[in-house]
Design a protein around this ligand. Sequence first.
Ligand SMILES: Nc1nc2c(ncn2[C@@H]2O[C@H](COP(=O)(O)OP(=O)(O)OP(=O)(O)O)[C@@H](O)[C@H]2O)c(=O)[nH]1
Length: 313
Amino acid sequence: MTEQVATPEGFKSGFVCFVGRPNAGKSTLTNALVGSKVAITSSKPQTTRHAVRGIISRPDAQLVIIDTPGLSKPRSLLQERLNDLVYATWSEVDVIAIIFPANQHVGPGDEYLVREVASLPHPPRLAAICSKTDLVSPERVAKQLLEIAALQEKAGLTFDEIVPCSALSGGQVDEVADVLISMLDEGPAYYPDGEVTDEPTETLVGELIREAALEGVRDELPHSIAVEIDEMGLRAGRPDDRPLLDIYASLVVERDSQKPIMIGRGGEHIKQVGTDARRQISALLGTPVHLDLKVKVLKEWQRDPRHLNRLGF
Ligand SMILES: Nc1nc2c(ncn2[C@@H]2O[C@H](COP(=O)(O)OP(=O)(O)OP(=O)(O)O)[C@@H](O)[C@H]2O)c(=O)[nH]1
């Protein structure tokens, strides 16, 4: 965390954590609120693997959103570590906002999450967000808000606020920010104005490559993919006005049989991943990028403590 920044009287600040079942739209909403891509998103569930911080700075407040991985049954050491990260984050934030997608009824998955939150020794303030409202009719949104309200009694907790929004169309995203900020206490700005995340550039770059690699692969392969940045640096000898960032990275899979799928017929998949990731990285960093990707097998990395440590989990 950086040093505190001077703020006017009455300034509010704090940390909010988004919680929701896989694919609820947590990362998309984080990006929409921040106004910049700090978390990768995907139609594949269980994509988020870091507690990504997105920072929203306004003249009157600073809101830091922590987008955590989804909780799920720990079938691997990776998932165990991700679950630990989620519980640790919940116990540190000022507000937990639970996200319920409008296009799916409130169900056992949501109930499980809400009960987990309710059973925290010191639960923070709670908000409920009904996401993806663009996918359904206003009547369905109204029904979903009632289902969320009904869950409170069932799970034994109270939401201080319940707000609907669509992160994709932008509908009500500002209201979500207003509501979350209204739930914070007075406090200092933790990050300088203009900083949108505290993720190191290498992590962001690795995540953008992973996001591109998730496209076009199916079944269990998305979960098997990790990315390692082997080397990254500005190419020497380039003129100041024409910099080029060289990135050498490995797409890590778990089994030998996954390697050819990652590469694709005639190298088609890895080429597409490179093109997509390069575009996203250049847009993020504002520098042309040369990206060199290779595929590497780290046997059963999700279960191997040494591999997990090496990959930063
Ligand atoms: N139509 C619509 N789709 C959305 C909206 N928000 C998210 N999505 C889509 O829902 C899918 C999942 O979104 P994510 O933001 O990755 O969901 P998540 O909750 O972070 O998922 P995990 O990290 O895997 O738990 C993606 O395909 C998004 O494009 C929305 O407001 N409207």
